[in-house]
Ligand binder design. Structure first.
Ligand code: FAD
Length: 202
């Protein structure tokens, strides 16, 4: 349960973070750390360098942008779940965020980290696919906008290159949802934590 040795950098700007990524093939981005750090402790991931996005200002926000809502990659699940803009204009993502883990996970885990992780049981991937969201990735070559339908290659696999950082996710404004099933968890991770109501209620 002890990670392999690694170097740690905590740049103040996106440009510095991109410089570090392009200079070190074996570097990995650290966001909330809720998926990466457990993997490192089990030595399933052994990056030589962590580039922590935590000190970079301007990556955590939720704001209207024309007919879309733009969300910074470092926005936490708790911020997504509690966003009035999302709840009124595009509630699906906020509803998915509210189902994630527990309070600690929602306070640390980030939208960008969860999408980059592409865990098959995660809550956000299905939501961004259903919403036809766009994922904005930055690198030294500039910015590219990846439709959610082209972003996920498979389990734990995305269209992101090693030198790219997700900076923003854009979701279209939708009508408020007319029906939902709030008692039923949306992801297998939530199911694992779910008590067995069908059995208990009989
Ligand atoms: C106890 C527990 C319960 C959980 N329950 C749920 C659940 O019910 N539903 C659910 O969906 N998830 C759940 N999770 C996962 C949680 O949502 C994580 O926060 C999320 O998967 C990863 O986000 P992070 O910010 O912690 O990313 P990190 O762990 O920091 O990074 C994950 C990966 O993404 C990369 N990355 C991070 N940010 C970026 C970026 N901006 N650009 C490019 N790459 C990036 C990293 O290099 C790494 O490979 C749970 C986690 C824990 C520990």
């Amino acid at each position: 349960m002890i990670p392999a040795n690694f170097n740690y950098e905590s740049p103040n700007t996106l440009k510095d973070a991109l410089n570090l990524l392009s200079a070190h093939d074996d570097a990995k981005i650290l966001a909330g750390g809720h998926s990466l750090l457990p993997a490192m402790k089990l030595r399933l991931a052994q990056p030589a360098m962590l580039v922590d996005l935590g000190r970079i200002s301007g990556l955590s926000y939720i704001r209207e942008s024309g007919d879309k809502i733009a969300i910074g990659a470092m926005t936490t699940h708790a911020e997504v779940a509690g966003s009035k803009d999302l709840l009124s204009s595009s509630p699906l993502l906020a509803m998915a965020a509210a189902q994630i883990g527990d309070t600690q996970v929602r306070n640390r885990g980030t939208l960008g980290g969860s999408l980059a992780q592409a865990h098959p049981a995660a809550d956000y991937p299905a939501a961004v696919l259903a919403l036809d969201a766009e994922i904005v990735a930055n690198s030294h070559s500039g910015e590219r906008v990846i439709p959610a339908t082209k972003f996920f290659n498979g389990m734990f696999s995305t269209a992101l290159r090693n030198d790219e950082i997700i900076t923003e996710v854009r979701v279209p404004k939708t009508r408020p949802l007319r029906s939902e099933s709030p008692e039923f968890p949306r992801s297998p991770i939530a199911l694992m934590r779910w008590k067995t109501p069908f059995v208990e209620s009989r």
